[in-house]
Design a binder for this molecule. Structure first.
Ligand SMILES: Nc1ncnc2c1ncn2[C@@H]1O[C@H](COP(=O)(O)OP(=O)(O)OP(=O)(O)O)[C@@H](O)[C@H]1O
Length: 649
C-alpha cells in the first residue's frame, strides 16, 4: 500500500503520463479497475490515489514537525530551565494561581481561562428526580466568578526572568483529553487540586523561590483585612480542607471585664515573644498555652477567639468537637497544625470526653438526695450529641508526646464545671476566662458601637439617623443604665439593638419596655425549669424508694448470715458485670450510673439489714412493706434488683 501511495505521489508530480504502466507493473489488474471507474463512475482512480497520498504525506510531515517541536521543548525544559513542583492541595498552589490571576492573566488578556464560582452538589441529574432550577442564580448573593489559568503553560516575565507555570492534568481529566485528542487547555476544567510546576529559564531555582515568596506576600496582603479560619469540612476528614476569610473583628468590640481582657492580651503577647520560646526550651518546659473561655451561650466566646486571632495575626483553626468523629481524626488534625496558630476547640463539654465513670468523691457525697442535676445533665449531653473522641484522646493532642509546640489552644464551654479536672489542669488550661452576662457599662459601649460612625469616620448610608457624638453619648449612658446589670447576655442586647438599627432614638426610648418583657420571659423560663427540676427530683425519689423497698422486702426472706453473704457476693458480681458493660459505650455508661446508684442503695440496705440481722433486731413488715408491692412468691432479691434497673435503663 505504501508503494502504491508513493507511486501515486510520483505520478502526480510527473503529470500522470508515465505512471499508468508503473501502476500496472506493481498492481496487477489496475488497468481493468481504472477502466471500470472511468466508464461507470466517471472517476480517475489515479488522481484520487494521488490526492490521498499527498494528504498522508502532509499529515505525517505535520506529525514529525510536532514531534520535533515537543522534543525541542522538552530539551529546553530539561537542560535550560529550573523548576519547582507544588502539590495540588498545598496552599502555595492557590497562592501562585491567585498571583497569576491578578498580575498575568488580567494584564495579558489571556485567551484561554478557567472560571469558577461555587460548587453545587445536588442530584438534579438523578434519573429519579425532576431537576429543579435554582432560582438564586440571578441574585446578588452569588459567589463572584474567579478566573484562573487553565491546564497547559502560562508564560510571563517577572523581575527579568522568564517563568512558565504549568498546571498538570489529573488522571481523570487526562483520560478524556487523550481519548478525544483535544489539547489540554480545552479538555476539561481544573478541579482545583491539580499540581503546578513553576519553571524558570536558567539553571538556578533561586528566582523561583523568590517568585514563590512574592506570591505568599501577595496572599498575606490580601488577607490582612481578614482572619483566616480553617476548618475541617466533613466528619471523617483528617485535614483542614476549608478556608474561610472572616473580616477582622477588633478586640474592642467584644465586651467583657476590661482587666481580664488586658491580662489575656498581655498573656498571649508574652507567650508569642521570641524570648519566651527560648525560655521554655532552655528549661525543658513544653512551649504550649491553653485557655478556657467559659460562660453561658451568647456571651462572646467565639467572638473573642476570632478577635484574638485578628489581634495577633494568627490563623484560626476551628474544630467543633461534637463533629470530630474519633481520636485518630483528632490526632491527624492536630498533627497538621502549623507551628504558630490559634486552635479553637468549641463545646468541649458537649462531647463524650468526661471520665466514663463518675468517681464517688467527685460528687462529694451521696447526691441522690439533691436535685439530680448530674444525671439530667448527662441526659442533655446525649441530646446535644457526643463525638467518639475520648478524654484521653483530647489530652493526648493537648500535651501528649506527639503534640506539637507553639500553638495556642482556646477551648470553649458552656458548662465548665462539668469538665474533667485532668482537662483543666495547668499545662492544658493555663487560664480560665469567664465571659458572663453583660454589665451596664458594656451595654453602653455596645450602644455606642452600634450607632457611632464607622472607623473611617463615614456614617453608613443605610442609617436613617446619625446623631451628633455628644447626643449619642448621652443616649448611650441612659441606655446602659436601663439595662439590668449582668442579667442579659451580650447577644440578647445586640439582638435588641439590631432590631432598632436605623434609630438610636427608638432604641433608647423602647428599652424599658423591652427589658420588662425580657425579664418576664426569663422569670417564666426559670419557673418552668424549677418545676421540671422538682418533677425530676420527685420521680427519682419514688424510683429510689421503690428499689430500696424491693430490696428490703427481699431481705426479709434472708435472715441468716450465710444468706446475707451470698446476697452480697451476688450483688458484687452483678455490679462488676454491669460496670464492664457500662464501659462499652456511652449509653451503657449512663445505665451503669443508674444501676450503680440502685446498687449503692441496695448496699446501704444490705449493710443496714446485715447490722440488724446481727443485732437480731430486724424490723419486719412495717416500713418496707408499706412502700413495696407485696412479693407474691419468694424471689431472689438480686434477680429482682437487676431486672428492675436494666428495664429502666
Ligand atoms: N461580649 C460580647 N461583646 C460583644 N458582642 C457579643 C458578646 N458576646 C456575644 N456577642 C454577640 O453575640 C453573638 C453571639 O456571640 P458568640 O457566638 O461569640 O457567643 P458564644 O459565647 O460563642 O456562644 P455559644 O456558647 O452559643 O457558642 C455575636 O454576634 C456577637 O457579636
Amino acid at each position: 500500500m505504501n508503494n502504491l501511495l508513493a507511486l501515486a505521489g510520483t505520478s502526480l508530480l510527473n503529470d500522470g503520463s508515465t505512471s499508468v504502466q508503473d501502476f500496472e507493473r506493481h498492481v496487477p489488474g489496475f488497468s481493468v479497475l481504472r477502466d471500470f471507474f472511468k466508464k461507470w463512475l466517471r472517476l480517475d482512480v489515479t488522481t484520487l490515489l494521488t490526492i490521498a497520498a499527498l494528504m498522508g504525506a502532509a499529515s505525517s510531515g505535520a506529525q514529525s514537525i510536532q514531534d520535533t517541536g515537543s522534543k525541542i521543548y522538552w530539551w529546553i525544559v530539561r537542560f535550560l530551565t529550573a523548576s519547582i513542583s507544588i502539590g495540588g492541595s498545598d496552599r502555595l498552589n492557590r497562592e501562585v494561581l491567585n498571583w497569576l490571576g491578578a498580575h498575568v492573566l488580567a494584564k495579558k488578556g489571556t485567551r484561554i481561562l478557567t472560571a469558577s464560582s461555587e460548587t453545587i452538589r445536588n442530584d438534579a441529574w438523578s434519573y429519579r428526580r425532576v431537576s429543579q432550577e435554582r432560582n438564586d442564580y440571578h441574585h446578588e448573593k452569588r459567589m463572584p466568578v474567579q478566573y484562573l489559568p487553565t491546564f497547559g503553560t502560562t508564560w510571563f516575565i517577572h523581575k527579568r526572568n522568564i517563568f512558565m507555570v504549568r498546571r498538570i492534568l489529573t488522571s481523570s481529566s487526562h483520560y478524556h483529553s487523550s481519548w478525544a485528542r483535544t489539547p489540554d487547555e480545552y479538555a476539561g476544567a481544573p478541579e482545583g487540586d491539580e499540581p503546578l510546576v513553576v519553571m524558570c529559564l536558567g539553571r538556578s531555582v533561586e528566582p523561583i523561590k523568590r517568585f514563590l515568596n512574592t506570591c505568599r506576600e501577595f496572599a498575606d496582603k490580601q488577607r490582612e483585612a481578614y482572619i483566616t479560619v480553617r476548618i475541617s469540612k466533613r466528619r471523617y476528614d483528617e485535614s483542614w480542607d476549608m478556608t474561610i476569610l472572616r473580616p477582622l473583628r477588633p478586640l474592642e468590640t467584644v465586651h467583657f471585664d476590661q482587666k481580664v481582657k488586658e491580662a489575656l492580651v498581655a498573656d498571649i503577647e508574652n507567650y508569642l515573644d521570641v524570648n519566651t520560646r527560648k525560655f521554655y526550651n532552655r528549661r525543658g518546659i513544653p512551649y504550649r498555652r491553653g485557655f478556657l473561655l467559659y460562660g453561658p451561650p451568647g456571651t462572646g466566646k467565639t467572638s473573642l477567639s476570632l478577635a484574638l486571632a485578628g489581634r495577633f495575626g494568627l490563623e484560626l483553626y476551628l474544630l467543633h468537637m461534637p463533629s470530630v468523629s474519633d481520636d485518630a481524626v483528632l490526632e491527624k488534625l492536630f498533627t497538621a497544625l502549623p507551628p504558630r496558630c490559634l486552635v479553637l476547640l468549641e463545646d468541649i463539654d458537649a462531647v463524650g470526653i468526661k471520665r466514663r465513670t463518675r468517681k464517688k468523691d467527685d460528687s462529694g457525697s451521696d447526691d441522690d438526695s439533691d436535685d439530680g442535676s448530674d444525671k439530667e445533665d448527662d441526659a442533655s449531653d446525649y441530646a446535644r450529641g457526643r463525638s467518639d473522641c475520648t478524654l484521653s484522646g483530647l489530652l493526648n493532642v493537648l500535651d501528649g508526646v506527639a503534640s506539637q509546640e507553639g500553638r495556642i489552644v482556646l477551648m470553649t464551654s458552656n458548662f465548665a464545671e462539668k469538665l474533667d479536672k485532668a482537662l483543666v489542669r495547668p499545662g492544658r488550661v493555663d487560664r480560665m476566662i469567664y465571659l458572663g452576662h453583660i454589665s451596664q457599662r458594656s451595654s453602653e459601649l455596645m450602644f455606642l458601637r452600634m450607632y457611632g460612625p464607622d472607623a473611617d469616620g463615614a456614617a453608613p448610608a443605610d442609617r436613617a439617623v446619625q446623631l451628633p457624638q455628644d447626643e449619642l453619648q448621652r443616649l448611650a449612658l441612659a441606655f446602659g443604665k436601663r439595662i439590668p446589670n449582668e442579667l442579659f447576655t451580650p447577644a440578647q442586647v445586640q439582638g435588641y439593638l439590631l432590631n432598632h438599627r436605623d434609630s438610636p432614638l427608638d432604641a433608647a426610648a423602647n428599652v424599658e419596655q423591652w427589658v420588662r418583657e425580657e425579664v418576664q420571659s426569663i422569670e417564666a423560663a426559670k419557673e418552668k425549669e424549677k418545676k421540671a427540676a422538682e418533677a425530676r427530683k420527685k420521680k427519682r425519689k419514688v424510683r429510689k424508694l421503690r428499689k430500696a423497698a424491693k430490696l428490703a422486702e427481699a431481705m426479709r426472706n434472708y435472715d441468716s448470715d450465710e444468706d446475707l453473704e451470698e446476697l452480697q457476693q451476688k450483688m458484687e458480681e452483678a455490679k462488676k458485670k454491669r460496670r464492664r458493660k457500662g464501659q462499652q459505650n456511652d449509653a451503657e455508661a449512663e445505665t451503669e450510673a443508674e444501676t450503680k446508684e440502685s446498687l449503692d442503695v441496695g448496699e446501704d440496705v444490705v449493710a443496714a439489714a446485715g447490722d440488724n440481722i446481727r443485732a437480731d433486731s430486724i424490723d419486719r413488715g412495717d416500713d418496707g412493706g408499706s412502700v413495696t408491692e407485696p412479693a407474691t412468691e419468694k424471689q431472689h432479691p438480686l434477680t429482682n434488683g437487676v431486672s428492675e434497673s436494666s428495664e429502666e435503663s
